[in-house]
Design a protein around this ligand. Structure first.
Ligand SMILES: *Cc1c(COP(=O)(O)O)cnc(C)c1O
Length: 439
């Protein structure tokens, strides 16, 4: 079938995500036929380096033999069984492994990140209600807070704690109210103020708010270290440390949304490790299956779990999704986690991140600001007056054989961990080429 036919059929039959479909009158869809390592290959054989890990999910390249084989093996025994009333080895193995990695437990599964956010919010709210019966009653704790410019997904509950205007404003009348705390994004610091001093100043504002409102607050949900969707806004780990102390002091849950930053992205297995904190809930998804299948999980503490453990059904967490704990997805996750162990991924990524940093210094010769890095995320803000910089840069990069998708004026790399030094060189060269077309 000709490409053009496929593109037309796609535009007729598929409603593409995060897209004004009419824009495709000017921006053609790209028909990807196969993937190989960091490369996406279209129907004409043109190759694109996937510098965003296909929107932050693909950790070990496309067509990864180990993850693929694990799924194939699982496919021969059990593709799916409902998880209410039943269990299976992949989900038990994965839950034990995640508990060992996070220090939390009782993994509750869903299929995407937004659902993990919903689950954490509902569990936190329900926890305070379950305590209602005894002396520890906290029935008024029904509200949530998040950071300015936060992103926690786009279902109605998750959107209620998200703070990105283009995703949220249209739906505002439908959403639960939540308050946003100042973001410790160090680009917002005062002249001469260190990232840490700024983080602590923001933590002070958080403390003031929580000290006044804790009686009605169920939880504070936060993206640890990097607010990715805000344009790779990075901040000092001292903010997390203080947030943990303040939440503990005032009995407010801390929900760590590690959906984007978990699984090695920031240089440690989980971003929370860099502040040496343990949240009350951790949301995981995106990289968890290496980008192979939809899976998310929420992990929590023994204390939270025990508040639900009761003779009464209504005290239980009566939430479910049809594909909860899908064995194929769990086996992909187990294969992904095995790669971390056998290939010493965290240690090797340190060298890779250092190489990326050294090569990316060439961007300082361009009109950019805030070249910044946190592990395997590198970003900078382009000073361009072009109103449609992001889409122009996206198009220019594609012409160079590179998949980049700037957020506003922020250009970022979030490549698969299998990206080689020569592929990093290609990524930088192609980005320079694209920016030269625009600046
Ligand atoms: C992507 C993302 C989500 C939502 O995950 P989906 O699978 O897209 O629903 C939530 N939180 C963060 C931090 C994310 O980056």
């Amino acid at each position: 079938m000709s490409n053009q036919t496929l593109l037309n059929r796609s535009l007729q039959s598929v409603w593409h995500p995060c897209t004004q479909m009419k824009h495709h009158e000017h921006f053609p869809l790209i028909p990807i036929e196969r993937g190989d390592g960091v490369w996406l290959i279209d129907a004409d054989g043109k190759r694109y380096l996937d510098a965003l890990s296909s929107w932050w999910v693909n950790l070990f390249g496309h067509n990864n033999p180990r993850i693929k084989d694990a799924i194939k093996l699982q496919l021969d025994t059990l593709e799916h069984v409902m998880l209410a009333g039943f269990t299976h080895e992949p989900v038990v193995n994965l839950s034990e492994k995640l508990a060992k990695l996070t220090g939390l437990g009782h993994a509750f599964y869903a299929s995407d990140g937004a659902s993990a956010t919903e689950i954490a919010l509902k569990m936190s709210f329900h926890y305070w209600r379950n305590l209602h019966a005894d002396a520890k009653a906290k029935p008024l704790k029904t509200k949530f807070i998040s950071l300015k410019n936060s992103y926690h997904g786009e279902t109605l509950g998750a959107l209620g704690v998200t703070d990105v205007a283009i995703f949220k404003d249209t739906y505002a009348p439908l959403l639960m109210q939540s308050a946003q705390m100042p973001s410790p994004d160090f680009r917002l610091s005062a002249a001469g103020e260190s990232a840490e001093d700024f983080a602590l100043r923001c933590a002070l504002a958080l403390e003031l708010y929580i000290s006044e409102h804790h009686h009605e607050l169920a939880a504070f949900i936060i993206e640890p270290l990097v607010q990715c969707a805000a344009g790779m806004a990075m901040y000092h780990p001292s903010y997390l440390r203080r947030a943990r102390e303040i939440c503990t002091q005032y009995e407010v849950h801390l929900i760590a949304d590690e959906i984007a930053v978990g699984f090695g992205r920031t240089g440690t297995m989980f971003a929370c490790e860099q502040a040496d904190i343990k949240p009350d809930f951790m949301c995981l998804s995106k990289g968890i299956t290496g980008g192979y299948l939809a899976l998310s999980a929420v992990l929590t503490t023994e204390k939270v779990y025990q508040a639900f453990y009761d003779d009464s059904a209504l005290k239980g967490f009566l939430h479910s999704h049809s594909y909860t704990g899908n064995p194929l997805a769990c086996s992909a996750a187990l294969a992904t986690l095995a790669i971390f162990d056998t290939d010493q991924v965290i240690a090797k990524n340190k060298q890779k991140a250092a190489y990326l940093a050294s090569q990316a210094s060439v961007f300082n010769d361009l009109p950019i600001k805030h070249l910044r890095q946190q592990g395997m995320i590198l970003a900078f803000d382009v000073q361009s007056k072009q109103t449609k910089f992001a889409s122009a840069c996206y198009t220019a990069a594609l012409s160079q054989g590179l998949l980049l998708r700037p957020i506003g004026n922020t250009v970022y790399f979030m490549p698969p961990y299998t990206t080689t030094e020569s592929e990093i060189d290609f990524m930088i060269e192609a980005t320079l080429g694209a920016l030269r077309q625009l600046l």
